[in-house]
Write a protein that binds this ligand. Structure first.
Ligand SMILES: Nc1ncnc2c1ncn2[C@@H]1O[C@H](COP(=O)(O)OP(=O)(O)OP(=O)(O)O)[C@@H](O)[C@H]1O
Ligand SMILES: [Mg+2]
Length: 266
């Protein structure tokens, strides 16, 4: 297998740290310290070994596209970072802004700034748009005000009294993102935000994600629509069979037909 693996190069140049127990190892990217690091994480669904030693770092404010074919382990990696129960994280370290996510459960990871927008959006049935947003703010740390969410997504403001599950797919995606921003998010994890949406709605959500990017939100975006994700992202990480096979700039992937054909089938 021909592997273009800048992660190896980076791993060799990174200082993996002499940190005291309980402190973040001093991983760095070039001269800047990493804001987020996952380091050699291994995660399982029961006996199924899926996330097989994934490592990468993200700078504050950076957008990373996490790409790879169906079944490559993208969703599983996001879920491991968000510390949901499945897949179980069996080894490795995950740090966000000096906090050890690897030793937390999902609720605590969320309190410490991890905001997962899951693929299935999980809008709560029986609640209006506004109630869905208010529910996100039931406990601290509170992020954006509900009015600010409506400024970002005017359609949600227009439909504030409508039951969330009766929204269109695109509007439900906006609500899922808005609900996450209504909490104090340090790392936004987007799992296929464009999935199942018409091109015109994809463009609308893309424009919103550009606005969120301009605010400096550190983000990982998983997308089958790799070209769209690469246009938004600064960096790209490609997974194959639960391992990182490429870590470089988004432009490197856009420029490499070989990479795109081998790992993304585009
Ligand atoms: N709950 C589960 N139990 C067992 N295996 C699972 C479970 N969820 C996912 N897997 C397996 O883990 C592997 C990675 O799945 P994952 O959903 O992370 O891939 P993905 O890269 O997000 O794919 P897609 O592009 O299709 O969303 C697949 O082989 C999948 O069958
Ligand atoms: Mg997935």
């Amino acid at each position: 297998m021909s592997v273009v693996n800048m992660a190896d190069v980076k791993a060799k140049t990174r200082d993996s740290g002499n940190a005291a127990p309980g402190q973040q190892p001093t991983h760095s990217i070039g001269s800047q310290p990493a804001y987020f690091s996952c380091w050699d994480i291994h995660a399982y669904y029961g006996e199924s070994y899926i996330v097989q030693g994934v490592s990468f770092d993200i700078r504050e404010g950076e957008i990373v596209a996490l790409l790879g074919r169906n079944g490559a382990g993208k969703t599983s990696t996001l879920r491991a970072i968000a510390r949901v129960d499945d897949p179980a994280l069996k080894a490795g370290e995950i740090w966000l802004d000096h906090q050890p996510l690897h030793s937390m459960k999902s609720a605590q990871a969320a309190q410490n700034g991890v905001g997962l927008v899951p693929e299935d959006r999980r809008i709560i049935a029986g609640l209006t748009v506004e109630e869905n947003l208010k529910l996100a703010q039931i406990a601290p740390p509170i992020g954006w005000s509900i009015d600010r969410v409506y400024d970002l997504f005017p359609r949600l403001g227009e439909r504030r009294k409508q039951e969330g599950t009766t929204l269109s797919g695109g509007e439900q995606q906006m609500l899922a993102i808005g609900r996450t921003l209504a909490r104090d998010v340090k790392l936004l994890l987007l799992d296929e935000p464009y999935e199942g949406l018409a091109p015109v709605i994809v463009q609308e959500i893309e424009r919103t994600l550009e606005q969120i990017k301009a605010l400096g939100m550190t983000t990982i975006i998983v997308e089958q629509n790799a070209i769209a994700a690469l246009h938004l992202a600064d960096r790209a990480i490609i997974l194959d069979m639960g391992q990182v096979v490429f870590d470089g700039t988004a432009q490197d992937v856009l420029d490499s037909a070989e990479l795109r054909q081998q790992y993304l089938a585009i």
